[in-house]
Design a protein around this ligand. Sequence first.
Ligand SMILES: NC(=O)c1ccc[n+]([C@@H]2O[C@H](COP(=O)([O-])OP(=O)(O)OC[C@H]3O[C@@H](n4cnc5c(N)ncnc54)[C@H](O)[C@@H]3O)[C@@H](O)[C@H]2O)c1
Length: 299
Amino acid sequence: MVTGGSGFVGRAVVRAFLERGTPVTVVDLQAPPESLRDRVTFVEGDLREAEVRDRAVAPGCAGIVHLAAITSVLKSVEQPAATYTNNVEVTQHLLELAREREVGQFLLASTNAVVGDIGHGTISEALPVRPLTPYGATKAACEMLLSGYAGAYGMSTCALRFTNIYGPGMGHKDSFVPRLMRAALSGEGVEVYGDGAQRRDFVHLDDVVQGVLAAWDKQYTGTVVIGSGESISVLELIEAVRAATEIDIPVTHVPAKNGEMPAVIVDVSQAQRELGYEPAVELTDGLRTVWADFTSGAR
Ligand SMILES: NC(=O)c1ccc[n+]([C@@H]2O[C@H](COP(=O)([O-])OP(=O)(O)OC[C@H]3O[C@@H](n4cnc5c(N)ncnc54)[C@H](O)[C@@H]3O)[C@@H](O)[C@H]2O)c1
């Protein structure tokens, strides 16, 4: 059962399970894309409602991949209570159903934002959690719940801490890669906060799917960082998007935002060691897949 299976990451995860012949139930507020609609069991509804969760976690469910969440940091700052309900309460209820119904395993989409700002240090699973936003705090709380359920009931629970994901199907997003793609399409420029030297780890959707499947196959219990393992500056990302789109996107520098992390640099060696995860998509190649999606109008 994939929660948020109609979303950006969810659609790709669902497709990957279907390609392996694994039957999938999607629960989401919105319908899956047409290409998936006839191939999944779709439970339409809000996971905050018990009746929806009850229908979603059917008897015999082998595992839950929990992706549904309030995913915007900005929205979480504006609506901390709603973020708590959507992210933490829903996760607690789903874990409880998984326990009662003896669901084999529970995977959660988490984030490296649980760690907070460590400057230019390298983020690994070993660091303490010190989230700086309601979004990060709710994901950290979910990770703790998963850990508690694994400890007390021997359940397989795994939190996958994704870095910045990019790939086809992100047209509805407001993150930097789709903003650059829109800028390339429209011929307008993009705004860069500060000097653009801030570093980020961009991981392709295919690599994220690989990480999810690897954790699923291993029935891994614990926390793992899933990223590309190579951080680049915002200016380097812009250069890569210019190369992928062959469009010279103009850039305007605007004052840096308060609280923006100077760097997100991650160590993926635990995922490599424990899951056999190996990020494979080169950045410019990966950005071409996003550009192809934007120019096909499929977004
Ligand atoms: N995209 C990234 O870069 C990134 C990075 C780190 C972590 N994550 C996490 O990965 C997960 C998937 O992210 P995404 O980028 O695919 O987001 P998305 O917004 O594209 O998809 C989320 C889906 O969840 C559904 N949903 C949300 N609340 C729901 C509810 N109460 N009931 C039913 N459905 C609900 C939405 O309708 C949507 O289809 C999220 O948990 C997010 O926090 C994403």
